[in-house]
Ligand binder design. Structure first.
Ligand code: DQA
Length: 139
């Protein structure tokens, strides 16, 4: 059984309420329940924090034992050298995901400290981006 974790960064706890025109109206808990039912053979953990250091600590915690990390570092994607370095320092492959197509949005969202260190990047498919990332670890 594959052991995966979804790690969500700042403001993603507000999914369902936050800018629903961009991020949709489903809460992440609702989405996660659906995904867990759909992939019963995946051991799927979930962690969310609004605090950069907590995201780094979690990457360290899981980064030597899990089969895959699905990371939406949200706004820290565009600012955090520390998260980029953490991904370099761990062994577990990281797939970067974004709900929105960050390249179709403001210029500052085009920069990512995650992408150069990620196994791959999936963005712009709404919450389905996470599901595609899960599938990428199953093949
Ligand atoms: C996001 C895109 C980021 O630019 C933004 O700061 C987020 C969410 C996305 O999933 O589309 O908080 O990572």
């Amino acid at each position: 059984m594959k052991k995966l974790i979804i790690i969500n960064g700042p403001n993603l706890n507000l999914l369902g309420k936050r800018e629903p025109n961009i991020y949709g109206s489903l809460t992440f808990t609702e989405f996660l329940d659906e995904v867990k039912q759909k992939y019963p053979d995946v051991d799927l953990d979930y962690f969310q924090s609004n605090i950069e250091g907590e995201l780094i600590d979690k990457l360290h915690d899981v980064g030597f034992s899990y089969d895959g990390i699905i990371l939406n570092a949200a706004a820290y994607t565009h600012t955090s050298v520390g998260i980029g370095d953490a991904i370099k320092g761990i062994e577990t492959p990281v797939v970067e995901v974004h709900i929105s197509n960050t390249f179709g949005r403001e210029e500052f969202r085009h920069q990512s400290y995650v992408s150069p260190n990620a196994k791959g990047v999936i963005l712009g498919f709404g919450l389905q981006s996470y599901e595609l990332a899960i599938q990428s670890f199953l093949s």
